[in-house]
Write a protein that binds this ligand. Structure first.
Ligand code: 9MR
Length: 477
């Protein structure tokens, strides 16, 4: 089966060279030309620049931002692939068992296709953001519910999705084995069952396995996923792509072996897509490295950044992780990405991909915003810390903590709190955490320890348990 059946759009840069040669020849200047100057002006948007080598450049889109014209203007201008940040997840699409709801997912889908973009589907089987009814299932009832969910969602979007993240984040962070979850406990074959179900549900969608911390080739988790994909390919389990989320930070930093990771997966006969790229600190050089690593591997078919402006990022604006600042201005990282895409050579073009798909005829409806719930702390030692809930779902939540300097500047800080319930942090960014049990300590990273008088920085985390806003204590170093 060839899911890339449309004829190739010849890379524009190559076409330009041919045109230039023809024009010079017609003027009688030269008869046989082998000039290799780039053709015409470089492209001026990320999507168009990526398209020169047959790739896409995408972003995560949130319905909560679709009323913000600065956001939609940038997103529409720059990107040609869209992933729903939360709206096609299990809790959104099947909030009650067997009652599917595509209201929010369709809002993102319709916005994308009405603006000429393609859509990545995210995500069908995941331990996280499960609705309560699914969290409470196990064994064959859960296995059947997973199959039913995949069928329900994929049939709604049948023929309309470029690639689905069929299974998300199924591997353990430490040892290269599977993550424990209710899905994993239904039996080790749950992942291949999900992929076989997905292929039958929509044979036109590329089927991806998507995960974080599988970017560094030397990490056990990367090898664990690699071995699974190799096994699937050898046994004919349908899998078309691997999604490298590529959330880079100081604890999971970009490594120059990233290109080896991409080419090694590609060599197994799958596409590689960079699916959720963000880089804390926003290094222009690291962004360029990531893009160049993708461009070096023909089967790296596209890059998606996980948000538009820094203020749209799940990480919080102060970590500066994206390509546009919170005012919508292009950052240095934007320019380095654009330049890298414009410098791509045609011989690294990926195989062509299908055209934009039609839009479903459902009507959009507004989404209620998540209301922040602040928690305050006193101001001992010259700093204060406040916490707010950014998002919550059954069994988990995401919070942002703002650390503010008092009347004098701070050169390092520590924030402490105690959970009153059984919360536990699963991922933290913009700070370094220690502590055990209910007591949590977070201190600054090297790059956000210094806060000018009256200024602030943030860190964020996701956690298991019920959303909580404990009282925080901030101490300056
Ligand atoms: O960006 C998403 C954020 O709004 C949600 O609160 C969070 C909840 O799990 O999920 C975020 O997106 C995640 C993605 O779905 C899977 N990979 C990690 C992403 C960042 O947490």
């Amino acid at each position: 089966m060839d899911r890339n059946a449309t004829p190739s759009d010849r890379p524009r840069r190559l076409r330009g060279r041919v045109l230039l040669a023809g024009a010079l020849g017609a003027l009688g200047v030269i008869s046989a030309v082998t000039v290799s100057v780039p053709a015409g002006a470089a492209e001026s948007t990320l999507g168009a620049a990526a398209a020169q080598s047959g790739r896409y450049f995408g972003t995560a889109i949130s319905t909560s931002r679709l009323g913000d014209s600065q956001y939609t203007t940038i997103a529409n201008r720059e990107f040609n692939m869209v992933t729903a940040e939360n709206e096609m997840k299990i809790d959104a699409t099947e909030p009650n068992q067997n009652q599917f709801n595509f209201t929010q997912g369709d809002r993102v889908y319709n916005w994308a296709v009405q603006n000429g973009k393609r859509v990545r589907g995210h995500t069908l089987a995941w331990h996280n953001q499960q609705p309560n009814w699914m969290r409470n299932l196990s064994g064959s009832a859960l296995r059947q519910a997973m199959i039913n969910h995949i069928n329900g969602v994929m049939s709604h979007y049948k023929g309309k999705i470029y690639a689905w993240d069929v299974v998300n984040e199924a591997f353990d962070d430490g040892n290269g084995g599977r993550r424990d979850s209710n899905l994993q406990r239904t039996g080790n074959d749950w992942i291949e069952v999900a992929f076989r179900t997905a292929r039958a549900a929509d044979p036109d969608a590329k089927l991806c396995y998507n995960d974080y911390n599988i970017d560094n080739w030397s990490w056990a988790k990367t090898q664990g996923v690699y071995n699974m994909v190799r096994d699937f390919k050898s046994r004919g389990v349908p899998i078309d792509c691997v999604g490298l989320q590529s959330h880079f930070n100081s604890q999971s930093a970009y490594n120059s072996n990233y290109r080896t990771t991409i080419s090694s997966f590609a060599a197994l006969g799958v596409d590689v897509q960079i699916t959720e790229l963000d880089i804390q600190g926003g290094s222009a050089q690291t962004y360029a490295n990531v893009v160049n690593d993708c461009l070096a591997v023909p089967r790296c078919t596209g890059i998606t950044v996980w948000g538009v402006r820094d203020s749209d990022s799940w990480l919080g604006a102060s970590t500066s992780p994206l390509l546009f600042d919170s005012n919508g201005n292009k950052k240095a990282a934007y320019t380095s990405v654009l330049n890298a895409l414009n410098a791509a050579t045609p011989n690294t073009s990926p195989s062509p991909t299908p055209p934009v798909s039609p839009s479903p005829n459902t009507s959009p409806s507004p989404t209620p915003p998540v209301s922040p719930s602040p928690g305050t702390s006193p101001l001992p030692g010259g700093c204060s810390a406040t916490i707010r809930t950014v998002n919550s779902w059954p069994g988990g939540f995401q919070s942002e903590v703002t650390v503010q300097a008092g009347s004098s500047s701070v050169s390092g800080w520590t924030v402490n709190w105690s959970w009153s319930g059984s919360q536990s942090i699963t991922q933290l960014w913009g700070g370094l955490t220690s502590g055990s049990g209910s007591s949590v300590t977070v201190r600054n990273e090297s790059w956000n320890g210094s806060i000018a008088a009256g200024a602030s920085t943030t860190f964020g985390f996701t956690a298991n348990g019920s959303a909580a806003t404990p009282t925080l204590t901030c101490t300056r170093a």
